[in-house]
Design a protein around this ligand. Sequence first.
Ligand code: MSP
Length: 499
Amino acid sequence: MAKPKRFITTPIYYPNSRPHIGSAYTTIVADFFARLYRELAYGTYFLTGVDEHGEKIQKAAEAKGETPQQLVDEMASSFKDAWKRLGISYNRFIRTTEKSHEKLVREILMKVYEKGDIYKDVYEGYYCVSCERYYTEKELLPGLLCPYHHKPVEKKRIDAYFFRMAKYRDELLAYYRENPQFLPPKYKEEILNKMKDLKDICISRPVNQVSWGIRLPFDEEHVAYVWFDALLNYMSGLDDKMQFWPPDLQFMGKDILWFHAVLWPAMLISAGFALPKREIAHGFLTVDGKKMSKSLGNVVDPLEMAEKYSADTLRYYLLTKLPFGDDGDFSRAVFKEAHNSELLGHYGNLANRLVKLWHRVAGKAEIEQEGKLAVDECFAKLESLKAKIEELAASNDVESLLPFYANDVFMDGVGAINAYLNEKEPWRLEPSEAEPILRQALEAFLYVSTLLKPLLPASTSKIFSSFGYEPCVSELELGATLSKVKTIPKELFLFKRVE
Ligand code: MSP
């Protein structure tokens, strides 16, 4: 039977500034899963991009003395460049200023309007430009400050169009009940609480206030609210590949879960589309215990970290050292320790030690090109790693996959090979005795490294290109990999110590 598909998304980022550690975190998590499902031979489509309309972008452009188009053009390239440097394997990078996206947004708006789910009224509320959303007075902090940005909000009274979101309350609640995976367990209560008082939502801005947006097809004097526009990227970004619909895994930070868990499915019910399977929220990062902010000067630049250590170190740190779903602290000390003792000490040194030993001790031996290697019992449990990964992936158990990779695959899987070498001490043996031991260890090393491809794509790619053979997880068989390599490299440096 053919494997099912996975449509994986990140939020589309506001290109008012360069990618920061928050956007890098969401993107790297999503990329890990996209790579994992590809390794398991699922039909995988991984979408990311930028959210280019709205007041926030319009104001950022004004402040820089540029047109919004100039600003978003520059920024879209800066995001693409960052994702390239961090090894993000997206299938499609969507920009909401693309004609095909604008066309789809207008079509959906028209559909929802014709269904009677959009009406005109007067809106009065407090708008936070940084959030691109309205708050009611009781949602604000004392002094009428935005609860997220702690900045003053603007009181506005406008003629506007509303989407009949409240009408879909019961249908949404039923969907949550029937699809227990849809809401992230940690934030479920919060969403359900907000549902008690679900109101219709304002989905337009008058052109004289915000001109940088998509015009409503039924009233060209208004532009679509940026969230109504942005959420539809998940559909327009598929282009003609609607066979991937609906989204399977939608990743985001907890601050924007509400839009994805409530507004987004309500829009889709109204427009008549199947609903996404899982909305997955991660927590917020602080830096060395403090809120990350420009004024504190403690903003972590993901590209700088990747440059100084490696892109794999950044990925390894974010995926294995932070408690996914909860808030976490970005600690430079832990980061450095993860690089030097875990990536280099536990894994990188093993790689180099193994290939060097092979050439020193068993170097004249030929790699047997046929048959399957009978694998030592010490490594038998490696096969259960693959089985477990397949099982967790099939059930979309994102929360368990990350710690499983950190502890079972990386720590224990690699640890088993280190322990084997330390016990057998092949460096003390005659070549004829050492050779079968190194053969075992190399086979196990290639096996674990294949499993590690989604976690450490750059390092594992270096390993496989130097061996001249790259297996993928779905075809992996313990005992059948070493016989397929073209060569065993003389040395293999994966990570450099950072002082
Ligand atoms: N444009 C909207 C999303 C529209 S999706 C249809 C948006 N853009 S954003 O640029 O602000 O997104 C930032 C992403 O980074 C969100 O997932 C957010 O949760 C995440 N983070 C921003 N700061 C963060 C931290 N300090 N820590 C972790 N992630 C945070 O929202």
